[in-house]
Design a protein around this ligand. Structure first.
Ligand SMILES: [Fe+2]
Ligand SMILES: [Fe+2]
Length: 190
């Protein structure tokens, strides 16, 4: 069935919001891990999240932002978003050079999470909001985004790596939670 312009636009917003949600969850999960006890899981979660953010930002910069720029009255929104991407990318590069036992590792990732949270809020509440009324060839943009996403996944090695890293982080989180429950029980008994 052919997509309508409106359903294509909604599909694009959903795809980007899904990425945002996933990133925000990753930062929340990271905060629950113990950087000393779960160093490996912390490293894996941070590495995967950084790559996923790289993919998301490139997808926006290469396809979505140019379309948004053409459709928006306030082009400043795109300029600001690109500057924010610049700061996030610099932090990601810093992250990628740090090992999990570096004292700045968790702090750098936490600051990245704060940047991302702010950036995502502006995108969803301002940019997407204004784009709801813009005249854009959303069907074409969606096709391009889907194709580019696949290219980027292959380039960043995300498709295959995903499952393994995710399993490691989930396991460590489950262990943390179980430990928390045991400690709570012990505390009740004491
Ligand atoms: Fe963005
Ligand atoms: Fe985004």
């Amino acid at each position: 069935m052919a997509r309508t312009r409106t359903s294509a636009r909604n599909e694009i917003f959903e795809m980007l919001k899904e990425d945002h949600k996933r990133a925000k969850k990753a930062f929340r999960d990271f905060a629950k891990l113990d950087e000393e006890g779960d160093t490996q899981a912390c490293e894996a979660l941070a590495a995967r999240t950084c790559k996923e953010l790289q993919l998301h930002m490139r997808l926006e910069e290469d396809v979505f932002y140019p379309a948004a720029r053409a459709g928006l009255k306030e082009e400043d929104l795109v300029e600001e978003a690109e500057v924010e991407h610049g700061s996030a990318k610099a932090l990601i590069e810093k992250m990628q050079a740090l090992s999990g036992d570096d004292p700045k590792f968790a702090a750098t990732f936490t600051v990245l999470g704060e940047y991302i949270k702010h950036h995502v809020k502006e995108e969803e509440n301002e940019m997407f909001e204004q784009l709801g009324r813009a005249k854009v060839d959303w069907e074409g943009v969606l096709e391009e985004m889907l194709a580019h996403r696949m290219e980027l996944e292959a380039e960043l090695g995300l498709a295959a790596e995903d499952a393994e890293d995710e399993a490691a982080a989930d396991l460590a989180l489950a262990a943390r939670q179980a430990q928390g429950r045991t400690q709570a029980k012990a505390a009740r008994r004491a």
